[in-house]
Ligand binder design. Structure first.
Ligand code: SF4
Length: 478
């Protein structure tokens, strides 16, 4: 996944501040690379730094301090180095992207067979942003190239393209990733996460429609393609990946997490515990909601030492993921000892970090009981549209099913239904594996109710496998 930010401003002195801080506020969406492209008096300039051991702001202020900037785009990315600079028949441009293209190798091969070369590779794969840039370059215009790209890819892609005319902003064809337009008195900005707006003085104008293409200059925003009303927004944005102060479709993540926690508590009548807690950061708001509904006090048995540890599944190697997970959370014995806890977690992917670095720490501090309440249903399918989970074998649910059935099975429909015996067996297997007192997942219905959008507008593929290949969508090959 990546977070994008773009700005076009009449104020040359503050444009760079907005760009650097605005991009920095996307940092929870990626952890590997940070990149900026700017357009100043001397033309385009592009900077990319590895972010794993570095502070984005310091690195980029140093790189850019002597450039007078009129407009720019920035990205924080998990997988590939971006922005990509390109000079082509549609003009000179820099591009950043967010999403995942499933048929990337296939498209790259097709283009290489046609004589097109690729120069940027990420971990021996074609760089997705370069692939998109090359497809865009085959159009008659940039707008035409973006439409061509939407037609060719399977997966998702939102993008920003910096040109001399302004910034082209295009949201993923199905709206899986977000792109929001903002404005202050002298500039326009566009970003993945609206937490980038508030402190910079931007007010949100609106979310782009799925497939919408804008051309943003310092004086106006032109709608080049209006996009579509049908959408499949990533539900995980509200449940986990989005920053608490970010809103998508005008719906704030923190409020939705509180609502989700309240609904979990409503289905959990009769449970006795001394305190409700959340696994930081995104579990906290779910826990606050649970506490509001249940009347059980919200306390903090776990604290995160520093936000710079970021999301625990983002680091690319297992060793780094484990190290990050072990180091970032500190348990407070004085809060835990002798108490029964209800612990809200945004989701359980592999379960290893929850078991080894959270539950174990809480038991070691003398907890009496640990009741875990994930804020979404069991994750049953790896994400096809962003970079969260890649394979079935990563998911704890599939591991449980393999153990129960003796091997992997094709038809897992009974395990998707919370009323079946098989579902109960799977949950019990996971409970034992995690070494916790009880385990109860959020239901799909309550998760959707917490968000408040119609189910057909949400991507729920992670939980029910519906929407892969987007047979139910307009394009037929999402
Ligand atoms: S499959 Fe899951 S993580 Fe991927 S876009 Fe859909 S809801 Fe989001």
């Amino acid at each position: 996944m990546s977070g994008l930010f773009g700005v076009v401003s009449k104020k040359k002195d503050s444009c760079i501040d907005s760009l650097i801080y605005g991009t920095d506020y996307q940092a929870h969406m990626g952890s590997e690379y940070g990149g900026l492209a700017v357009l100043g008096n001397n033309g385009f300039a592009r900077f990319i730094h590895r972010m794993s051991n570095a502070n984005f702001r310091d690195k980029f202020f140093e790189s850019i301090k002597n450039i007078e900037v009129h407009s720019g785009i920035g990205v924080i990315s998990d997988l590939e180095e971006q922005p990509i600079y390109m000079k082509s028949k549609v003009g000179e441009f820099c591009i950043v992207t967010s999403g995942r293209i499933v048929n990337m190798e296939e498209l790259a091969k097709e283009m290489m067979d046609a004589g097109i070369c690729f120069s940027e590779f990420s971990k021996s794969h074609v760089n997705m942003t370069e692939l998109v840039a090359r497809i865009v370059s085959t159009g008659q215009t940039i707008q035409d190239g973006i439409k061509l790209m939407f037609g060719k890819i399977k997966g998702s892609c939102s993008l920003l393209i910096l040109t001399r005319e302004g910034i082209y902003a295009a949201r993923d064809y199905f709206g899986r990733t977000a792109l929001v337009l903002g404005q202050d008195s002298e500039s326009f900005a566009v970003c993945s996460e609206t937490c980038g707006f508030a402190n910079l003085g931007y007010r949100t104008i609106r979310d782009l429609n799925p497939g919408e293409i804008l051309l943003i200059s310092d004086t106006e925003v032109k709608v080049l393609e209006p996009g579509y009303k049908e959408k499949k927004i990533c539900t995980f944005l509200w449940i986990y990946t989005g920053f608490p102060s970010s809103s998508y479709e005008g719906l704030n993540s923190e409020i939705i997490r509180e609502r989700s926690g309240k609904l979990l508590a409503k289905r959990d009548k009769g449970i006795k515990a001394d305190l409700v807690a959340g696994v930081p950061d995104s579990g906290l708001a779910h826990a606050i909601g649970y506490s509001m509904e249940s009347g059980i006090p919200f306390r903090r048995p776990l604290v995160k030492y520093t936000p710079t540890y970021g999301r625990s599944y983002a680091p690319p190697s297992q060793h780094l993921r484990d190290l990050t997970a072990r180091m970032k959370l500190i348990a407070i014995k004085e809060v835990i000892e002798g108490n029964s806890l209800i612990l809200l977690e945004d989701s359980i992917v592999r379960g290893t970090q929850l078991k080894n670095f959270t539950v174990e720490k809480i038991w070691n501090c003398g907890a009496k009981e640990i009741h875990v309440r994930p804020a979404c249903p069991p994750l049953m399918f790896p994400c096809t549209y962003c970079n969260s989970t890649r394979t079935n074998s990563e998911l704890i649910t599939r591991r449980a099913i393999r153990e129960i059935e003796g091997s992997d099975i094709e038809d897992i429909s009974e395990y998707l239904d919370p009323t079946t015996e098989k579902y109960a067996k799977m949950i019990e297997w996971i409970r034992k594996y995690l070494n916790i007192t009880s385990l109860k997942y959020q239901t799909l219905e309550d998760m959707i109710e917490a968000i408040g959008l119609p189910e057909e507008n949400l991507c729920t593929y992670c939980w029910n496998g519906k929407g892969d290949g987007c047979k139910d969508c307009k394009k037929g090959n999402a």
